[in-house]
Design a protein. Structure first.
Ligand SMILES: C[S@@+](CC[C@H](N)C(=O)[O-])C[C@H]1O[C@@H](n2cnc3c(N)ncnc32)[C@H](O)[C@@H]1O
Length: 354
């Protein structure tokens, strides 16, 4: 008599399934450790523990202004996953891994925890919507109240270093704006990191940022004030499709925002064209959706394949660089394509003839 498990998995396959199980268990544990880290990030637990050095869960709860009973349970989980260690009996301190998730830490691992939670939320939405085909749009980002405030910081930590270290030097348009100052507009500006980074480099640059989410604009305004850039940078809630100002603009940027408004691209490119001063440029920064599906298998690009599914929920999809360049040409702007981040991202500029 053959046991039913043997019928389903013949002997050779049983070994395969064992090694697959081991592999998936490792991945599942990694995912859970990011979940626990996310709870610590979202509630300031890493920062609070860092401030007091070593503490009982109750003392940590008081420091972070969180509920005692929840923090006791979190400490056990964070201890199990080596985010915190027991210093003396019943008191905890950060491990190097826990400290690396502190949002203030240079090179912080915080974006991984936030991205992981956002991915879970988007996966659940995609799972529920696939039958009907409904695409609820941008609002899904705001459905989880703890995630939205971390959206801006996540993107800032992921991309601001790249702007400073690579993009500004590699893309000639930035050098020109750097030299002459002038007015920069960032459409879909998130928490305003892009304009703050440029304004720190260019002492004469003025900037206007526009975004559809109140939360992003209040963060952008507060952060510009903190850095004393608020005299040169202004942020406002608004819709890209209705953007208008009288003053001609030297640089119009859209960072990971064009694919959000691609459905109405003719209107968007008209807005870009009409607002640029002669010699000015629009600078579009987007993930570089590969021409070959096999490229999506590379570990550096897999995340993008998942993100494109979550973009679908929001009513968007990622773009090929040629599509963007083609649209610039159609609008009467001269396109140039620059690959950054080892080809994962692309910056397409469109310059209006001087
Ligand atoms: C992926 S985020 C990028 C944010 C920011 N540019 C960055 O790099 O951190 C896309 C942003 O575009 C904004 N957005 C999308 N459609 C918009 C619209 N029609 N009007 C204004 N903002 C919009 C969203 O609110 C979101 O902040």
């Amino acid at each position: 008599m053959i046991a039913s498990s043997q019928r389903i998995f013949p002997k050779a396959m049983a070994t395969d399934i064992d090694s697959l199980r081991q592999d998936i268990m490792r991945r599942a544990q990694a995912a859970v450790s990011l979940d626990i880290a996310y709870i610590g990030v979202a509630n300031g637990l890493f920062a609070a523990l860092d401030e007091i050095g070593s503490a009982s869960p109750s003392r940590l709860a008081a420091q972070a202004e969180m509920d005692d009973a929840y923090v006791i349970r979190w400490c056990d989980a964070a201890y199990a996953f080596e985010l915190i260690d027991e210093a003396v009996d019943g008191e905890f301190q950060l491990t190097p891994l826990g400290r690396a998730f502190m949002p203030e830490q240079p090179g912080t691992l915080m974006p991984f925890a936030v991205q992981s939670m956002l991915s879970s939320h988007m996966s659940e939405r995609a799972a529920g919507l696939m039958r009907s085909g409904e695409r609820p749009g941008e609002r899904v980002l705001g459905e989880r109240e703890t995630i939205l405030p971390w959206f801006g910081p996540m993107l800032e930590h992921q991309f601001a270093p790249l702007l400073e270290k690579q993009v500004v030097d590699q893309v000639p348009t930035f050098r020109a704006v750097d030299e002459r100052g002038g007015l920069a507009v960032d459409l879909g500006c998130g928490n305003g990191w892009y304009l703050r980074t440029l304004a720190r480099r260019c002492p004469h640059l003025r900037g206007i940022g526009l975004d559809g989410f109140d939360e992003n604009i209040s963060q952008a305004t507060r952060l510009a004030e903190q850095e004393e850039l608020d005299k040169r940078l202004n942020f406002a809630v608004g819709d890209i499709h209705n953007f208008h100002i009288e003053e001609p603009v030297d640089l119009i940027s859209m960072n990971r925002a064009l694919h959000h408004v691609w459905d109405e691209k003719e209107n968007v490119f008209r807005i870009l064209r009409e607002h640029l001063r002669p010699g000015g440029a629009a600078v579009i920064w987007e993930p570089n959706w590969p021409a070959r599906r096999s490229d999506l298998r590379s570990p550096a690009r897999r995340g993008m394949a998942f993100q494109n599914l979550s973009e679908h929920v929001q009513g968007n999809h990622f773009l090929r660089p040629e599509e963007i360049a083609e649209q610039f040409r159609a609008a009467g702007l001269e396109p140039e394509v620059h690959f950054v981040a080892d080809g994962r991202d692309v910056i397409v500029t469109g310059t209006l003839a001087a």
